[in-house]
Design a protein around this ligand. Structure first.
Ligand SMILES: Nc1ncnc2c1ncn2[C@@H]1O[C@H](COP(=O)(O)OP(=O)(O)OP(=O)(O)O)[C@@H](O)[C@H]1O
Ligand SMILES: [Mg+2]
Length: 257
């Protein structure tokens, strides 16, 4: 894959509750590409995201972001670093309308060049007004601006997923981490999602965890395959699709189900 990596996990190992959850995992995300992480249930995909987000600290190995080894990733620094994440499921604030949920996603990014002195408004009002405008634009881009005032519980699940995506996009991230964005969405929505994700590159980079193989194969430039905490294969969709180790891992999952 040409170009440099925006993100790289190198030899990352994680033990939780005495179990080896990740075992010397090396995954890199070339800048400006859509990269998938796939694997059977429990393979460690979400844990990879938790390491990148700083929710889980690796026992060994390194995380390099934007050319720099990160001594410690911190969840509250992600937005500022240009990283946004959607959670497996939805993870919206139930008491906040869609618009305010999206505004939460933009509150951490420092911007320069905003002229506040000339306006007779307190800084916080200017900030929240700016955020409101950007959040509405993010909802609009996802085709759901008309749902801005609805509570998550009033929205169908696929629309909630879109709100979560808008919340990630509003911070204008360089790297998007999407954990199962297609979970529970219809075939039509899936096609929209594929188009949306492809539209984010090469300006942004995307790391995608997803079970829907059609989506993964359609949108990813590069795929890493995890099984039981280890990388068992990587390559283009075509390479991964025909890899015997990958087929065996998925057959094993079916066999166990
Ligand atoms: N805090 C924890 N303590 C102990 N074990 C954990 C912890 N978090 C995750 N695990 C275990 O680690 C393994 C990997 O979990 P993870 O959520 O990363 O898998 P996944 O690939 O995202 O699975 P899924 O496809 O079901 O979302 C699972 O066996 C899970 O039970
Ligand atoms: Mg998961």
């Amino acid at each position: 894959m040409p170009g440099d990596a925006i993100l790289e996990l190198r030899d990352v190992s994680v033990r939780l509750s005495g179990l080896q959850i990740l075992d010397h995992v090396t995954i890199s995300v070339p800048r400006g590409h859509v990269v998938g992480v796939i694997g059977p249930n429990g393979a460690g995909k979400t844990t990879v995201f938790n390491v990148i987000s700083g929710f889980v600290r690796p026992d060994s190995g390194t995380v390099t972001y934007d050319g720099r080894v990160q001594r410690r990733m911190k969840p509250h620094h992600l937005t500022r670093m240009g990283i946004a994440r959607t959670l497996q499921g939805v993870g919206l604030f139930g008491r906040l309308p869609a618009l305010e949920n999206v505004m939460q996603g933009g509150s951490g990014r420092i911007r320069s060049g905003i002229v506040s002195q000339s306006l007779a408004m307190p800084w916080t009002d200017i900030e929240s007004e700016r955020l409101r405008v950007e959040a509405l634009a993010a909802l609009d881009q996802l085709g759901i601006a008309d749902q801005a005032d609805r509570l998550p519980s009033e929205l169908p699940y696929p629309i909630q997923k879109r709100v979560a995506l808008a919340r990630a996009m509003v911070s204008d991230p360089d790297l998007l981490l999407l954990d199962e964005p297609a979970g529970g969405v219809s075939a039509d929505d899936m096609a929209d999602l594929a188009q949306l994700i492809r539209g984010w590159v090469p300006e942004r980079s995307v790391l995608l965890v997803e079970h829907h193989m059609e989506l993964v194969m359609e949108v990813c430039d590069l795929i890493w395959v995890l099984d039981a905490g280890r990388v068992i294969a990587s390559g283009t969709p075509d390479e991964v699709r025909s890899d015997p180790a990958v087929l065996a891992a998925y057959l094993g999952e079916d066999g166990a189900a």
